[in-house]
Design a protein around this ligand. Structure first.
Ligand code: HEM
Ligand code: HEM
Length: 177
């Protein structure tokens, strides 16, 4: 008799696909949790001191590029359908994404222009100045709200990914999947 509690030696195509899906969700989830943590830490300069703040901000900018590449398919298809068939939800999400992109570009560029460690480390002598300092802090403050809305719009994904990754799985019983 077949022991239905023992995993089969022959991994089926559908279980391999399911594992791949969980692997992809885990990667997205970890990167997004890191993005969020890095942003929250970056907001509080005294927590890290200026040198760590600058390098953490640069690491965050690199992680954001990965995040954007991971969603390149969605960006390309929504760009094509934006004025024609995109849903209201996707249009709002798209406009938020543009605001996020501009905001993060502004934080990173202004941060580099006023940096005391990062650019000088590469031999450059950034000019600084009140305007860039003002732009840096102003964009960071705006981003708090825009990220909150970005997370709100994608909240159902966050909840379902958390359940899928950390929720209790039902006990396996015999029978087909
Ligand atoms: C601290 C910064 C950020 C955090 C914590 C964050 C988090 C998230 C989360 C949780 C999702 C939904 C899960 C998923 O589909 O993978 C998501 C989706 C997405 N994010 Fe972000 N994100 C951030 C910044 C950005 C930035 C700067 C951009 C763009 C320039 C961006 C573009 C997108 C896009 C295009 C999607 C897919 C939307 C969809 O499929 O409906 N995100 N982000
Ligand atoms: C998402 C990323 C970032 C956020 C949220 C952020 C946020 C902030 C905030 C809120 C302040 C003001 C602190 C205060 O005056 O009390 C600040 C200061 C500063 N940030 Fe950032 N920052 C980020 C990335 C960067 C990067 C990438 C650099 C440079 C490589 C940088 C360089 C600086 C410098 C030099 C100051 C101090 C300015 C001064 O008072 O002389 N930041 N940042």
């Amino acid at each position: 008799m077949t022991d239905t509690l023992t995993p089969s030696k022959h991994v089926t195509g559908s279980s391999r696909r399911a594992r791949k899906r969980v692997g992809r969700t885990l990667k997205l989830f970890l990167l997004e949790a890191l993005l969020f943590a890095a942003f929250v830490i970056s907001i509080d300069l005294p927590l890290t001191g200026l040198e760590i703040h600058e390098w953490l901000g640069i690491a965050l900018a690199i992680a954001l590029i990965v995040h954007i590449v991971q969603h390149a398919g969605w960006i390309a298809s929504t760009s094509r359908r934006f004025v024609t068939t995109a849903s209201f939800h996707n249009r709002v999400n798209y406009l938020l994404m543009v605001a996020l992109f501009i905001g993060f570009a502004s934080i990173t560029v202004s941060g580099l222009v006023i940096s005391h460690f990062a650019l000088p480390f590469f031999g450059a002598d950034p000019p600084g100045g009140w305007f860039w300092h003002w732009l840096h802090v102003w964009s960071a403050e705006w981003m708090i709200w825009i990220i909150a809305v970005h997370l709100g719009v994608n909240w159902s994904w966050v909840v379902s990914a958390t359940r899928r990754l950390f929720g209790r799985r039902p006990a396996r019983t015999g029978g087909s999947a």
